[in-house]
Design a protein around this ligand. Structure first.
Ligand SMILES: Cc1cc2nc3c(=O)[nH]c(=O)nc-3n(C[C@H](O)[C@H](O)[C@H](O)COP(=O)(O)OP(=O)(O)OC[C@H]3O[C@@H](n4cnc5c(N)ncnc54)[C@H](O)[C@@H]3O)c2cc1C
Ligand code: SF4
Length: 822
């Protein structure tokens, strides 16, 4: 049996079981109050750091990747000296000896123990529920299983038309499956929505191609080894390669019950989250507080605060229970509900319908106070109704205009800044993370925050589904007054309101594979785009769907279109590729012959160690390329937003200082990376020792040999804004240089905005971000490298050969007089 070493300090030992949202939020809150109070150990059943579970839906639909939903990275645990055992569930709590025992046999003593074991998804025990292909929707492994099946397309059935089931259905459909939702009740999300809103939602899902069957009672899941379908009690048979069971959750109180703690529906706790053992606490979905169990994050975060106050020995009022509201996280479908909207009895209803806009609002009042609200299609006032409801405010005075929302409510004069200023400090702004106005405003004033990103970083507000970003921006504006500069959501151009990042995300998420599809789906304002958005879209589509999307030459800038540099007198310059900066007599002879034959006035060595033939007439270009191709030379892409050159010094091959073979490394890197389209031009260099004769430290990717291996540098720029590289990492083998290089390029290709070079990109996202993905996470690095190499399979086509010998785009190179004569 392993033993965690006894603490060197005499700090009390806090052990946390459950590395999920509630447990880790409690730890964060404790660290915020008393960073040095405890020696903390965390056990998590899942083999990963903690992540935002509510973002599993965007992970499934492809709108987010795992890295985007991580809450605390491995470094965070290290920095805060938290001992994390991931993938190692606790199997026993020995309260007499005050130790927990994990599956791996680790025995850890505690002074205080925190249970945050969450819930188990419910599996209805119908025949066939154990077949392969039947999954629940609770963790990253479930999403992985769904994605694997979805990769083959085919039919999927989701049992359960609640919040989770519908998010799963939309996600699977986005991944290419044809989805049927089976729901027992008469309308979907019946616990959150009334029948009218449920009807509108089912209609919308139908329009998206999702088949919703209500009053559907599952009799059996059919199949021999793998699932093949679902049979309903009325005999209907629905084919399925995948069945997602999303019918509810059950608080996970097994461990606590086995240890003899009081467990009813959940682990019973008091207002500071103490269980029936004064040294054991519990937070999250596993608890039962004042008879209630919760299945949303906002209450769990409130529990976390009270528990942290208590554990940090700060006076606290304790947790008093929560009123909850819900939203459906489906892009383009706005649904909000809060409180009790069942109506009847002494209640009154205010209903607003606008069939044309697909807007429906229902507010239920009792004694002049809001008791519940359901909003569909326009949910912008959800937070306001929710606050009025929580405050039990008398709304009799507002009644006439209540359905029109806050903008029409007396006093606010329709100004969103006045409205947000009028909210009380405890008004909840970010539902996903349970952050209230007071927390955000004090972070802004005390920490001097001025941007949405800073508020996200410090408070987590708007860091999850993002639907409260507008409110947070209004809070920033209301708090900072004239000092606030709204974060420029800079649309790509006047053809769209979307910025670059959004367009990239939606191209993937909605599987948009052509320019018309992007423009149609993302509601472009012009019929065919413009010179700004078309090249960007062309690049984003190429990068997203390598091999599938056919490059659209007409959407490229002139230099890329004609594969040569246009010069100031209208002639062109041609730069053949010389791998790693090396050449030979045959190539030199061919260059000299071409210069003679086509009267090329200037031959020049470029800054990237290549030979530039300047002054070529446009109509001569195909013939020049043909002659250079005949000598084995291909385009140097000296015009393109792509890999340009890999410069080298003479290295260990010739130089007496050289510690590594820089020439062959440069050749290898160039052969691996040429032809890859990028957000902007991309240059590399390799030096054979730290004397760095190839000037690798002002390149996008620079490689400098050391005694023991190679230093890899990134983000350098020798242009207008000279910027030296930053050290990405040190590696030892040649193979690593190639893998890191490919992975870095792919990350840049996938994340940078079109026309953003590596230097401003890294300044914007931070070197740490790049290191986390390329250096710290070996799996991600390998995946990036694989995607890069995969896209290279179809990218390494020499555009010169295509045009010189196959006549591609021949019209481009005919002189106007010839075209006129035709
Ligand atoms: C797909 C999906 C979408 C959701 N969307 C929303 C939403 O939009 N809004 C919202 O408010 N909520 C949403 N939720 C609910 C929300 O995610 C949960 O309320 C929240 O995660 C619960 O936090 P928790 O810490 O109690 O449990 P969890 O986050 O589940 O954490 C519990 C952790 O404990 C671990 N564990 C269990 N037993 C042991 C053991 N013996 N030893 C070690 N570790 C153990 C589990 O593996 C798990 O990682 C969603 C949930 C899902 C699954
Ligand atoms: S960088 Fe080092 S190996 Fe390369 S040429 Fe200069 S001194 Fe020689």
């Amino acid at each position: 049996m392993n033993h965690v070493p006894a603490a060197l300090t005499k700090k009390p030992r806090l052990v946390v079981i459950g590395n999920g949202m509630a447990g880790m939020r409690t730890v964060e809150e404790i660290l915020g109050r008393a960073p040095d109070k405890y020696e903390i150990t965390v056990f998590g059943a899942e083999p990963r750091v903690n992540y935002n579970r509510i973002m599993l839906s965007p992970l499934l639909s492809g709108e987010k990747e795992f890295d985007d939903i991580v809450i605390n990275t491995a470094e965070w645990y290290q920095e805060n000296r938290i001992h994390l055992f991931s993938g190692d569930p606790v199997i026993e709590i020995d309260r007499t000896r005050k130790v927990v025992i994990s599956r791996s046999g680790t025995e850890t003593a505690y002074d205080q123990l925190l249970l945050a074991t969450g819930s188990d998804p419910i599996m209805i025990p119908v025949p066939g529920h154990k077949l392969s292909g039947v999954v629940t929707f609770r963790d990253v492994d479930d999403v992985d299983t769904m994605l694997k099946t979805a990769a083959n397309g085919g039919p999927a059935v989701v049992i359960g038309g609640g919040l989770l089931g519908l998010e799963a259905a939309v996600g699977l459909q986005a991944r290419g499956m044809s989805v049927t939702v089976l729901h027992l009740a008469g309308h979907v999300m019946e616990r959150q929505l009334d029948p009218s809103a449920g009807y509108l939602l089912a209609q919308e899902l139908g329009r998206r191609g999702i088949n919703v069957i209500t009053e559907a009672d599952t009799a059996e899941i059919v199949g021999t080894d793998c699932v093949t379908g679902v049979r309903l009690k009325d005999g209907r048979m629905i084919p399925a390669d995948l069945v997602v069971m999303a019918v509810g959750i059950r608080p996970n109180g097994r461990l606590a019950a086995d240890a003899g703690l009081t467990v009813e529906r959940g682990i019973v706790v008091d207002d500071v989250m103490t269980t029936s053992d004064p040294d054991i606490f519990a937070v999250g979905e596993c608890v039962q507080h004042r008879g209630q169990c919760y299945g949303l994050v906002a209450p769990l975060f409130e529990m976390a605060k009270s528990c942290a106050d208590h554990l940090a020995e700060i006076a606290t009022n304790g947790y008093a229970g929560s009123v909850t509201s819900t939203k459906l996280k489906v892009t383009g479908v706005d649904v909000f509900s809060a409180g009790d909207f069942s109506g009847g009895g002494e209640t009154e209803e205010i209903v607003f319908r606008d069939a044309g806009r697909g807007v429906y609002k229902r507010i239920v009042l009792e004694d002049g106070r809001i008791k519940g609200a359901v909003l569909y299609g326009d949910t912008s006032d959800g937070g306001w109704y929710f606050q009025l409801m929580k405050d039990a405010q008398d709304v009799t005075e507002l009644r006439d205009t209540l359905a029109f929302g806050q903008a029409f409510a007396g006093g606010s004069a329709g100004n969103p800044l006045d409205a947000v200023a009028a909210l009380p400090d405890d008004a909840e702004i970010c539902g996903c993370n349970g952050i209230c106005k007071g927390t955000i405003v004090s972070a802004i004033t005390e920490k001097g925050l001025t941007t949405l990103d800073e508020v996200k970083g410090h408070t987590k507000a708007s860091a999850s589904c993002g639907s409260c970003s507008g409110l947070v921006e209004n809070l920033l504006a209301a708090t900072l007054g004239g000092d606030y500069q709204a974060a420029a959501v800079k649309p790509i151009c006047t053809c769209t309101d979307h910025d670059h990042d959004n367009v990239r995300r939606l191209i993937k998420a909605k599987e948009l594979k052509s320019m018309p599809a992007v423009m149609q789906e993302l509601e472009w304002k012009s019929s065919d785009g413009c010179h700004v958005c078309r090249p960007a879209l062309n690049y984003y589509l190429l990068a997203a769907w390598p091999g599938e999307y056919a490059d659209h030459g007409a959407s490229r800038f002139i230099n890329e279109r004609v594969h040569a540099n246009i010069q100031k007198d209208g002639t062109y310059s041609v730069v053949p590729r010389m791998w790693g900066g090396l050449t030979n007599p045959r190539e030199l002879r061919a260059i000299a012959d071409v210069a003679d034959k086509f009267n090329i006035p200037t031959v020049k060595v470029t800054g990237g160690q290549r030979i530039d033939l300047l002054g070529v007439k446009k109509e001569d270009l195909p013939a020049v390329w043909a002659d250079l191709n005949a000598a084995g030379m291909v385009s140097g892409h000296a015009y393109g937003k792509s890999l340009r050159t890999v410069k080298s010094c003479v290295g260990q091959e010739w130089c007496r200082f050289g510690t590594q073979m820089s020439m062959s490394m440069a050749v290898d890197l160039e052969k691996m990376t040429w032809g890859s389209w990028m957000p902007h031009k991309f240059k590399m260099a390799v030096s054979g020792c730290p004397r760095n004769c190839a000037e690798a430290t002002i390149k996008d990717f620079g490689v400098v040999a050391t005694d023991g291996g190679w230093d890899l540098h990134v983000g350098g720029n020798g242009g207008i804004h000279v910027r030296a590289t930053e050290l990405l990492c040190k590696v030892t083998t040649d193979q690593e240089v190639k893998e890191y290089c490919g992975a870095f390029i792919q990350l840049y290709r996938e994340e940078a905005r079109y026309l953003e070079r590596t230097a401003p990109w890294i300044e914007r996202v931070g070197l740490k971000h790049v290191q986390e993905r390329v250096v710290d996470d070996a799996k991600n690095r390998a995946a990036l490298f694989e995607r890069f190499m995969e896209s290279q399979k179809t990218a390494q086509v020499d555009p010169w050969a295509e045009r010189a010998s196959q006549g591609v785009d021949a019209h481009e190179f005919k002189s106007l007089s010839l075209i006129a004569a035709e």
